[in-house]
Design a protein around this ligand. Sequence first.
Ligand SMILES: NC(=O)C1=CN([C@@H]2O[C@H](COP(=O)(O)OP(=O)(O)OC[C@H]3O[C@@H](n4cnc5c(N)ncnc54)[C@H](O)[C@@H]3O)[C@@H](O)[C@H]2O)C=CC1
Ligand SMILES: O=C(O)[C@@H]1CCC=N1
Length: 266
Amino acid sequence: MSNPTIGFIGYGNMAQAIAQGLVDAGALTGGDIVACAAHFDKLEANAAKLGIRPLRDASAVVQAADMVIIAIKPYQIESVMAPLASELAKPGKFIVSIAAGWTLSTYRTLFADRFASLRIQCTVPNTPMAVGKGVLVTEAEHTLEADQAETFERLFSAISLIERVDAPLMGVAGTIAGCGPAFTDMYLEALGDAGVKHGLQRAAAYRLAAKMIEGVGAMYMAAETHPGAMKDAVCSPGGTTIKGVASLEKHAFRGAVIDAIDAIVG
Ligand SMILES: NC(=O)C1=CN([C@@H]2O[C@H](COP(=O)(O)OP(=O)(O)OC[C@H]3O[C@@H](n4cnc5c(N)ncnc54)[C@H](O)[C@@H]3O)[C@@H](O)[C@H]2O)C=CC1
Ligand SMILES: O=C(O)[C@@H]1CCC=N1
């Protein structure tokens, strides 16, 4: 089967991470991808990196693509997408939304009478898709046809774990997977600063901290051992690690992380 054409409406940080991951994974070539963005010169430069085709506007993307990925900011969706409903309803076309806070129910309100003729899958991705290690939070309910759902699954499973959740849990799941990389980057940066403070070269400090974070995630995925048990296995009685754990507890490390999720989810 030939590759579908993927069209990004918006080609910013998240769209480029998805495109990079798909091309590097061999799931698609740059020639299978088209995109539009607010600034054509910048789009041309970004598109050239993977050999994708830059297009002038969202309407041109919808005309060219089989799978239309909505990758603009959530507040822009209404004005950009509503006028495109007729074109999106043409046979064979389907929508993958990656906008935080948008579910099938919000698209139902946006498209109103046209909704019934549209095929839509709502998701929240994350930037590690760029290196084939992403998470795609995916709303359990969708309106794709069977072959479209298969294409969606085939492409995104090449670069991510697909985690299906019901609509009411899209917010918290999308926050953990989608915003979590920024929090983890802060942790990585802090470990790097601490390493530099104590004499390590910065690049070495980041490298060993990054590999440590990757390894902890991989260990959990391998056996699903409780994180507390994995932590206990590192803390020798009277040893070094428990001193750091006690200090983090004094600074309410876990409470701070939970508060960060609360700040977003409400
Ligand atoms: N950055 C991330 O880690 C994640 C982002 N998302 C979602 O992805 C979407 C995009 O976010 P980012 O890539 O971070 O934003 P961004 O600001 O990096 O990219 C937005 C893109 O939209 C383009 N754009 C603006 N107005 C446009 C218009 N009228 N027509 C066509 N393109 C237009 C901009 O030129 C830019 O290419 C958002 O809905 C966000 O919620 C979801 C999960 C993670
Ligand atoms: O910060 C944002 O709005 C987007 C949504 C999830 C990650 N980045």
